[in-house]
Ligand binder design. Sequence first.
Ligand SMILES: [Zn+2]
Length: 354
Amino acid sequence: MMNKRIHAKYFSRFLNLLPHRLSCHDSTRATIAFFSVSGIDVLDSLDLISEQSKQNIIEWIYGLQVIPKEGNVKCGGFQGCTALNLLDPPENCSTDNYKWGHLAMTYTCIAILVILGDDLSRLDRKAIVDGVKSVQKPDGSFSASIEGNEFDMRFVYCACCICYMINDWGDVDKELMGRYILSSIRYDGGVSQHVENESHGGTTFCALAALQLSDQMHLLTSKQLEKVKRWLLFRQDGGFQGRPNKPIDTCYSFWIGSALKIIDAFELSNFKENREYILSCQDIVVGGFSKWSGTTSDPFHTYFGLCGLSFLREPGLLDVMPSLNISMRAYERLKSIHKVWDLNSQMEVQLNIE
Ligand SMILES: [Zn+2]
């Protein structure tokens, strides 16, 4: 059985104080907050976070937003922590030039705001979408930030989540991005992190979710869909592995499970074996899930293990929206925010006509 309360408490601890061994992750602290907040949400236990704490988290998140000053319009988005604000900027670099958004942090920060019930009214949506456009590469992929030298499918996915959530694709070239995704499909049917690399479960999820969020699933032929379905289903060996001949790992119950959900083929997997593997990685003393049975749990594998169990309709868990990777309840909240934005812009148009 799954012990819901112990996992919710596990996440709460990460929201209050991070252990020393996680200090090296300080620059990506927003993602740890995301796993904790979204995990507590999937556990349907948001009442464990007091209203005051929710407000404190929302204020902390808005404090991570980079509001570009004139002449530096490419740096919109969110940073992962405030530590950079305390450092002395390098020579010949003003403090403002030293701050820029990071796609993974921007995606997780906006998701946290939605989950905690914020109305997103303080987002600088124009700066965010300009920031996303500024890191799109000539091959259609994205890097994490303006100084980033890695550009691949992970950041294609983050870019799509951001544009979808702020309901604005600005000058992002979706067609070029679609071509990049198609060029990363491999001979075996899976999708690689970057053109010509090996097929991988995480990046196959990123590619399919990006196509769905950008409304471009039609780019896949029925033959490509059949091949990717086969590749994904063959990753099950009890739990799921990320690549052929690799050990199974809890988080792939999400990456592969979610990819199968997006192409409507999850029901073809073995629910019983998947569930048994995830539950075997549960720490029943301190809470959380690990990647392998008997090893130390961490927020990343705890979150994705719970999402994997949610796909298996585990009692007590909220449904998870596969491509955005948040609860369906948070997703519905996001749709209602979009409706308000649509109404406001319609009213603006009407006022302009009058
Ligand atoms: Zn893993």
